[in-house]
Design a protein around this ligand. Structure first.
Ligand SMILES: Nc1nc2c(ncn2[C@@H]2O[C@H](COP(=O)(O)OP(=O)(O)OP(=O)(O)O)[C@@H](O)[C@H]2O)c(=O)[nH]1
Ligand SMILES: [Mg+2]
Length: 325
């Protein structure tokens, strides 16, 4: 890495997209010296910027890429800066599928007010989540107004994304009543705004019915304190025909504004930060148990004593924890 953390921080704060891309590459690196630089960079950029963090999820083929392209272009057209980060559970295999997707986001990826970054290719979803959180901080420092975090709707990754965003948008396909039953309740409960996509052409009528069905289902959910009247909300959009996108953005802004005024916004961010910190400590401790030679030797030794019945497991664990403390 040629750039020092200072150079990168300066570039990122000036809104330089190449510095941002390099900074994200730095935080994604597993090399110990890179990690030390990455932490210095994160420290220099802490608390900068004022972006809205929005999660976007939906099953494969529902139109996420098409939506991001039209929605993103609409916003950059208004002079806003939009960053798109992906959390792709399959990226361990494919190395980030959003890259092959650039054709669907061709215009947006060339837009100087946009920044698109594929999922880091880490082996574990947990690793992907950590790096994505750090990438969010970097994008924020670079002055983006909106950070969209995209994930494929396959369950686990949504929970991770929901944990790092201010609000969560779920893209759905027009569907009949039977399919509606199959939508996982947990995912519905996570969503703040439900967008039924492909409300155009032959699918328009079905889409409108689907919106009504979802609206009914959402009314049955338990009211959450962080929602104003009328939320979570279902709406129809067409990413292809660019219909309903302004309305969707207005609703996102209205919800964010309400949560800011009522204090839920700041509280949620604070909880997320605390949660992230605690998770880092836990993971760091576990990593030391796995990698530190001295600790591993001590573990092995105490393990032998326990196995031979010479020390009680709880006593051995306590002496191990003393060593870590
Ligand atoms: N009619 C119609 N088709 C759409 C719309 N949005 C997307 N599509 C089509 O749906 C297909 C899938 O769209 P994508 O944007 O690639 O969907 P995706 O959710 O990104 O899919 P994955 O990346 O595979 O998870 C493409 O053929 C799009 O042209 C829409 O608003 N209306
Ligand atoms: Mg896609």
């Amino acid at each position: 890495m040629r750039n020092t953390a200072e150079d990168l921080a300066q570039g990122i704060l000036a809104g330089d997209r190449r510095a941002l891309a390099r900074g994200i590459t730095l935080i994604e690196s597993n090399r110990a010296d890179h990690r030390a630089e990455a932490l210095r960079l994160l420290d220099m950029l802490a608390g900068q910027g004022a972006a809205l963090r929005v999660g976007l999820s939906g099953t494969p083929g529902v139109g996420k890429s098409t939506f991001i392209e039209s929605f993103g272009l609409m916003l950059t057209g208004q002079g806003k800066k939009v960053a798109v980060l992906a959390v792709d559970p399959s990226s361990a295999r494919s190395g980030g599928s959003i890259l092959g997707d650039k054709t669907r986001m061709e215009q947006l990826s060339r837009d100087p007010n946009a920044f698109i970054r594929p999922s880091p290719s880490q082996a574990h979803l947990g690793g992907v989540a950590r790096r994505t959180r750090e990438a969010i901080l970097l994008c924020e420092a670079a002055g983006f107004d909106l950070i969209l975090i995209e994930t494929v709707g396959v369950g686990q990754s949504e929970t991770l994304v929901a944990d790092m965003v201010d609000l969560f948008v779920l893209l759905m396909a027009p569907a009949g009543g039977d399919e509606l039953q199959g939508v996982k309740r947990g995912i519905m409960e996570m969503a703040d705004i439900l967008l039924v996509n492909k409300a155009d052409g032959d699918l328009k009528m079905t889409a409108m019915r689907t919106v009504a069905d979802y609206a009914g289902a959402l009314r049955l959910l338990r009211k959450r304190p962080q929602d104003p009247e009328g939320f979570p909300k279902a709406m129809a959009v067409s990413a292809l025909e660019e219909a309903g996108l302004e309305k969707a953005w207005d609703e996102i802004c209205a919800l964010a504004q309400w949560r800011k005024e009522e204090g839920f916004f700041a509280t949620r961010r604070a909880e997320q930060a605390r949660h992230w910190f605690e998770a880092e400590v836990r993971e760091g401790l576990l990593a030391r148990l796995r990698t530190d030679p001295e600790i591993r030797a001590k573990m092995a030794g105490l393990g032998d004593q326990v196995a031979q019945g010479r020390t009680a497991p709880a006593v051995a664990a306590a002496s191990m924890l003393d060593l870590l403390g």
